[in-house]
Write a protein that binds this ligand. Sequence first.
Ligand code: UTP
Length: 285
Amino acid sequence: MTDAIRPPQIRVAVIPVAGKGTRWNPITRSVAKELLPVWRRTSASYAFEEAIAAGIEEVIFVVSPDKHGVFEHFLRFDASDLGARYQGESPRHLHERVKVRACIQEEARGLGHAILCAENDVANRPFAVLLPDEVLMENGLSRIIGITPSVLLMEVPYAQRSHYGIVAGHEHHGRVTITDLVEKPDPALAPSGLAVTGRYTFNPDIFDYLRTQEPGHHGEIQLTDAMRRLTADHPISGVIYRGTRHDVGQPMGLLTASLDFALKDPEYRDQVRKEVEALLHTDAR
Ligand code: UTP
């Protein structure tokens, strides 16, 4: 492979955590939803760890002025635990390798606007975006990290097509060349059953599209709208993820994610199973 066509190495990831979290009201009036626990960790730790395990060396959190606690939490990340679980790296090496920084989104004006707030810190490099509301049980970012621009896709049931951004494109061996994106279509009019998940890679040119993006749904600057314009100029690649995904941006998803991790935790699995069976038994009476 020549240098000219070698994919750019992505070393920087943006994790936006400045949203309002209205689906978690009233809790989110005092606690950031990203700090709610999913089993034994904070919900946003999973995206952070996924990024590090995919080779990311710099994580930029986009925070709202009142959510500095989320950034502080990751500033002190537990390298000993992460090193043992993901990398086989020494904690010292991991702390030296991974930089954590924050930039502020003054007002929640949409996901696209949140990403735009990280422009200076991304500093003209290709970068990844991970939405911490989505917890993936297998590393999704590592599947797309060598391809820019790209997005991780997943197959969704027919009736749920209206809940997601759905792509149009041509599939070849699990890789999709995306030609268009439709936000929350009527299932009968959806161009496919492939939905966009919260894992992306971009070249810095996405900022040109975000800067000029008109507000869309809810009067917010939507990342999907900017990506739609990008696809008209350059193809975006999609890679299909077939693992489990939990939407921890809402209560049911957080509960099932916690249970999924708990049932996979060798230390607690048997106890959790017994407790759940006992609860189900009581409920059935
Ligand atoms: P969501 O669409 O889940 O929005 O954002 P939200 O505001 O957090 O949650 P609800 O719908 O009101 O319950 C997806 C990701 O983008 C971030 C969120 O923090 C979340 O991680 N985001 C969204 C921002 O950082 N800024 C925004 O203006 C909007």
